[in-house]
Design a protein around this ligand. Structure first.
Ligand code: GDP
Length: 176
């Protein structure tokens, strides 16, 4: 519940991106602070919540992990309908997943609510020293052109995961 009479801002957040890019791992890292080494592929949509404080407000994230969009793409609009925020994830080490992320961003811009906050997240940064396939500058340029927050992160090490959610929380808290 809320403390000191402050309101709790309920925020629907969806995770989008190819299977295997690390959507579930990002959600679990943020909510539980864990990285399960032997995670099984998510079936259907998992649902997690986490509340953070930003600018004196409580932001409660309802996180929709939309597994298997490749097979169930027709269900996707149901996930992002009414979402205030989306994290579109790609694997920095796999160029195809970046192309798919670009498609997701375009779909969101056309179909989702017009003021949705979108983070473009390059995951698996811990592998990028040897395996990088998407250049930081290219991804950042696309993000800037499309009004996205951009981050490179690792669900495995935890690098930049909390920061990603906090950037969203601050944007939401800062809204009039
Ligand atoms: P999802 O299908 O997008 O939900 O992806 P998962 O979260 O199930 O992750 C797919 C695989 O990538 C799993 O074996 C994870 O352990 C692994 N993985 C996820 N994030 C990272 C990361 O940041 N670094 C590394 N090295 N592996 C990761």
């Amino acid at each position: 519940g809320s403390v000191g009479g402050g309101r709790v801002q309920q925020t629907k957040l969806v995770l989008l991106g190819d299977q295997g890019v690390g959507k579930s791992s990002i959600a679990l890292r943020f909510v539980r602070g864990q990285f399960p080494e032997h995670s099984e592929a998510t079936v259907g949509a998992a649902f997690l919540t986490q509340t953070v404080q930003a600018q004196g407000q409580s932001i409660k994230f309802d996180i929709w992990d939309t597994a298997g969009q490749e097979r169930y793409h027709s269900l996707a609009p149901m996930y992002y309908r009414g979402a205030q925020a989306a994290i579109v994830v790609y694997d920095i080490n796999n160029a195809n997943t970046f192309s798919r992320a670009v498609s997701w961003v375009k779909e969101l811009r056309q179909q989702a609510s017009s003021n949705i906050i979108i983070v473009l997240a390059g995951n698996k940064l811990d592998l990028a020293t040897e395996h990088r396939a998407v250049q930081t500058d290219d991804a950042r340029a696309f993000a800037e052109d499309n009004g996205l927050i951009f981050a490179e992160a690792s669900a495995k090490t935890g690098l930049a995961i909390n920061e990603m959610f906090m950037m969203i929380a601050h944007k939401i808290a800062g809204k009039p």
